[in-house]
Ligand binder design. Structure first.
Ligand code: IPE
Ligand code: IPE
Ligand code: MG
Length: 263
């Protein structure tokens, strides 16, 4: 692209970002179910993996835009517990793609002040993926900008079951009294410990379901279902979703008047 057009596009991009920031109420934590890669490829007569590859480009663009907007946390559902049941070939291609993406992006993420974290049953991932992942986490741990949380071999039920095991064990060893267990206690045993709940959940490709993502944490998240397939979901679409979020009233079980009177 010509330098002039590139500059012009960046100028427009900055303007939109400034407007969103000026509106206030930028979400602190965005979670996304990145869905529709296979359909994107199918529409073009390409193998499913081509959709996953293009999906990585969307991740790159969304991560950068979130960092620039000052969003604190971005959790991306990249591979679910149930996704292990996909055909072997697709699973192995996905793992390879993940490994390569981590390898190629870590340096850039480091420079962009992004901190990488992961949630899920990480021990079930192939060793090479684990190595790249731990390297990215370790390398970026001092970064202070966007926290990018990759949900890998993750499911909400796995996470809650795991928390129940840990809590039961603490009770058994006399470290915890059952009557002292509150929702705050449960949070301490989830893999998202210390991370605020998502303000906004985005699901692409028009499916109206949670698919076992962050079951506990999404209790009061605003949900946005986008018809766009993930490989086509770029910063422009993200800006529209955030602008829509900024118009919503989050009531957390209260009535509207209570919210305005406390302002
Ligand atoms: C989402 O795209 C990526 C993963 C689940 C890894 P899909 O692969 O689910 O794409 P569709 O839903 O078949 O179009
Ligand atoms: C959800 O997408 C999981 C990820 C995006 C990683 P799926 O494609 O696996 O979900 P379903 O099968 O449509 O519910
Ligand atoms: Mg899907």
């Amino acid at each position: 692209m010509h330098t002039y057009r590139l500059k012009q596009r960046q100028g427009e991009d900055n303007k939109i970002q400034e407007t969103l920031k000026r509106n206030g109420n930028i979400p602190i934590h965005i979670a996304a179910i990145m869905d529709g890669n296979g359909r994107w490829a199918k529409k073009r007569g390409l193998p499913r993996i081509a959709g996953h590859k293009e999906g990585v480009e969307s991740v790159r663009d969304i991560v950068e835009a979130c960092g620039q907007l000052g969003i604190k946390y971005l959790t991306l559902y990249a591979f679910s517990t149930e996704n292990w049941k996909r055909p072997k070939y697709e699973v192995s291609m996905l793992m390879r793609l993940l490994m390569r993406a981590l390898r190629d992006e870590t340096e850039k993420l480091l420079k962009k002040n992004v901190r990488v974290q992961a949630i899920g049953d990480i021990g079930t991932l192939p060793n090479q993926v684990q190595e790249e992942l731990f390297y990215a986490i370790e390398k970026t741990k001092s970064n202070t900008g966007l926290v990018l949380i990759l949900a890998l071999s993750y499911s909400g039920r796995w996470e809650i079951t795991n928390a129940i095991k840990l809590i039961s064990s603490a009770v058994k060893h006399g470290e915890l009294e059952p009557e002292n267990i509150s929702d705050r206690t449960v949070e301490q045993y989830l893999s998202t410990k210390g991370i605020p709940d998502p303000d906004l959940l985005i699901r692409t490709s028009g499916e109206f379901r949670i698919s076992n993502f962050l079951l506990w944490q999404l209790a009061y998240s605003e949900i946005h279902i986008s018809e766009i397939l993930w490989p086509d979901f770029r910063r422009k679409q993200l800006y529209e979703v955030i602008a829509d979020f900024q118009k919503r009233e989050r009531r957390f079980g209260l009535v509207s008047e209570q919210l305005t009177s406390s302002k």
